[in-house]
Design a protein around this ligand. Structure first.
Ligand code: GLN
Length: 316
């Protein structure tokens, strides 16, 4: 059943989600992230799939109300906010959009790059992006604007999972090293510890898979939330953030991912993945067991199955 992108309707999407759910539910490869102890204990059987079309239709299946850690998917909304606040040239100059070719927490990449920028979608660039975000209007601090941006993208309120935040704060020695190494290369743009704390908090936000699908759907819909119809960011930033996802969203696996699926995606070690098919839909999957790169295994299989069946590829 290979279709072109105009030939599918909601019944087909329901069927594909049902098929993917039964095909991959029992796939037991991989393991939960364990370097953040809280994540190790999340029920690894959890599995939720959601599609948000740009007309606002949501089609979902499985564990759709469970709140899991946003983790690295939070890098996407904060990169959008940084693009929105500073414009593309400033972000390219101060952070960049290139893949490091190394893992998301690579210190070696920073040592090699020094003053050369990388991307806001790995830890170093994401912590630098948190340092750049400026509070505006009546919002008293950076955190308010960061979480309000995430809420606007999701179309509903999110909040920090306090136990996860505490756990990440107690164990984020590696990210602390990244932060201070960036500082030594003049690549932190505000107080380092405060910027790291904001990054840690945004990673600890709890979301369900429907909220994530709406976030992806808002990006697919060029910044206008398909549910609330509110404009969250300027449409010029949609292709920019989507290109960043296509470059490094699945870390060292991104080239292989783009080759096999043709759809830009971003993963988080909480088990979430968002994928964006511009102008048509956002897809989100949640399931905690990860492969060696930190990407959800059931999530990858599910998205790959759905987009391959639909014949969707941004390269077509
Ligand atoms: N909070 C995690 C970290 O900073 C996020 C990593 C991820 O999801 N890939 O290591």
């Amino acid at each position: 059943m290979i279709m072109n992108r105009c030939s599918f309707n909601n019944d087909i999407l329901h069927k594909l989600i049902d098929d993917a759910y039964s095909k991959f539910r029992d796939l037991d490869d991989g393991q939960n992230a364990s370097y953040i102890p809280f994540l190790k204990d999340v029920d690894s059987k959890l599995f939720g799939i959601s599609i948000c079309l740009t007309d606002g239709t949501i089609i979902s299946k499985g564990d759709t109300t469970y709140l899991f850690g946003l983790e690295s998917i939070s890098k996407v909304p904060t990169a959008i906010l940084a693009l929105q606040q500073y414009g593309a040239s400033y972000i390219l100059e101060h952070i960049g959009s290139n893949a490091t070719g190394m893992d998301f927490g690579s210190l070696l990449a920073i040592l090699l790059e020094q003053n050369q920028p990388s991307t806001p979608l790995v830890n170093a660039g994401a912590i630098a992006a948190c340092s750049l975000i400026k509070p505006i209007g009546s919002m008293s601090d950076k955190w308010d604007i960061i979480i309000q941006n995430i809420n606007a993208l999701c179309g509903s309120e999110t909040k920090v999972i306090e136990d996860l935040y505490k756990n990440e704060t107690d164990t984020n020695f590696h990210n602390r090293s990244i932060t201070w190494l960036l500082k030594s290369y003049n690549r932190m743009y505000d107080d380092p510890e405060m910027s790291l704390d904001i990054y840690t908090r945004q990673c600890s936000i709890g979301v369900n898979v429907n909220q994530l699908a709406v976030m992806a759907g808002t990006i697919a819909n060029k910044g206008t939330n398909p549910l609330t119809k509110k404009n969250v960011f300027d449409r010029t930033h949609a292709p920019q953030i989507i290109s960043m996802m296509a470059t490094v969203g699945m870390y060292q696996e991104t080239g292989d991912w783009m080759f096999r699926t043709g759809i830009p995606a971003k993963s988080g070690v909480g088990g979430g993945i968002i994928a964006v098919y511009p102008n048509v839909m956002g897809i989100a999957v949640f399931s905690p067991k990860l492969n060696q790169y930190g990407n959800s295994i059931r999530g990858e299989h599910t998205i790959k199955y759905i987009v391959n069946q639909l014949g969707l590829s941004i390269y077509e």
